[in-house]
Design a protein around this ligand. Structure first.
Ligand code: FES
Length: 261
C-alpha cells in the first residue's frame, strides 16, 4: 500500500471520536485504491485502528459491498428481490448473463463489467431496477439493460435514469470513503412515483403526529387513546374517517397522472 493511501486511511480514522467507527469508509478507500479489499488493506486498517486482521476481515466479509475479488470498471447489480424479480428482474439478470457470457459475481474478460444480483435497493416503485456503481437505472427491460452494458463497454457516456453520469467503480468507492466528487446534487432527490403517498397526504390534509404524541411521552392527546396500540389504531381510523378532505377519497391517485408506476 502506498504511503499516500495509508495517510488517507489515517485521515478517515481521525474523523471519528471512536477511530474504529471509520472502518467502513476506510474499507471503501482500500477498494478505491486497490480494486478490492486486499490483505494489505486489511492489515493497514487493523494497524491504524488497533484491531486484529481477523476483526477487520470479519467486517469485510460480512457486508456485500466489500469485494475480495477484483471488480470491473462498472459494477452492474440487477435487483432480483421479490418485486423486481416478478416485474422482470429475473429476466434481465438471465439476459445479461447470456449477453456478457459470465455468471453471478463474475467479470468480463475485458475487465469492464462485473455482474451481480443484488437485494432490494429501496426503489421498488421503479421496478425492475438495476444499479450501475450504485446509481439507479429505473424501469429496466432486458433490452435496455443490454444497451447499458454495451454502451459502458464501448466507452460511451452513460447516465442514470435519474440524471447523474455514471463514473467508474473505483471513483464511486472513493465517494463512499467520504471524498465527495461534487456530483451528489445531480438529478432529482425523489421521483414522482416515490412521492405519490406524500401528494395524497397533502391533498387530504394528513400530517404526521407530533413527536411527543408519536413517542407516547405525554398523556392522552385530544381525541387520542393513551398509547395503547389497538386504541391508537381505532383513534387513527376515526381521524381519517373524519378528515374533511376525505370527500376526495374515491379518487384513485393513479388516475391523476402523478406518475404512479
Ligand atoms: S425489490 Fe427491487 S428495488 Fe425493491
Amino acid at each position: 500500500m502506498n504511503p499516500e493511501t495509508y495517510a488517507q486511511l489515517e485521515e478517515i480514522a481521525a474523523r471519528y471520536p471512536e477511530a474504529r467507527s471509520g472502518l467502513l469508509p476506510m474499507l471503501h478507500l482500500v477498494q478505491a485504491e486497490e480494486g478490492r479489499v486486499t490483505a494489505d488493506g486489511i492489515e493497514a486498517c487493523a494497524k491504524i485502528l488497533g484491531l486484529t486482521p481477523a476483526e477487520v476481515s470479519g467486517v469485510a466479509t460480512f457486508y456485500t459491498m466489500y469485494k475480495r475479488k477484483p471488480v470491473g470498471d462498472y459494477h452492474v447489480g440487477v435487483c432480483t428481490n421479490t418485486l423486481c424479480a416478478i416485474m422482470g428482474g429475473d429476466l434481465i439478470f438471465e439476459r445479461l448473463k447470456d449477453h456478457l457470457g459470465i455468471g453471478n459475481d463474475e467479470t468480463t474478460d475485458d475487465g469492464r463489467i462485473t455482474l451481480e444480483h443484488v437485494e432490494c435497493n429501496a426503489a421498488c416503485d421503479y421496478a425492475p431496477v438495476m444499479m450501475v456503481n450504485w446509481e439507479f437505472m429505473d424501469n429496466q427491460t432486458p433490452e435496455s439493460a443490454v444497451q447499458v452494458v454495451d454502451d459502458l463497454r464501448a466507452g460511451h457516456e452513460v447516465r442514470s435514469t435519474r440524471g447523474p453520469r455514471i463514473c467508474t467503480w473505483r471513483e464511486a468507492e472513493r465517494v463512499l470513503a467520504g471524498y465527495p466528487d461534487d456530483l451528489a446534487d445531480e438529478g432529482p432527490a425523489a421521483g414522482p412515483a416515490s412521492l405519490v403517498g406524500l401528494d395524497l397526504a397533502h391533498d387530504r390534509g394528513w400530517t404526521a403526529p407530533d413527536g411527543a404524541y408519536a413517542r407516547g411521552a405525554v398523556g392522552t392527546p385530544a381525541g387520542g387513546a393513551g398509547g395503547h396500540p389497538e386504541a391508537e389504531h381505532a383513534a387513527s381510523a376515526r381521524r381519517i374517517e373524519d378528515s374533511p378532505a376525505d370527500v376526495k377519497s374515491e379518487e384513485d391517485p393513479a388516475d391523476k397522472g402523478e406518475g404512479a408506476q
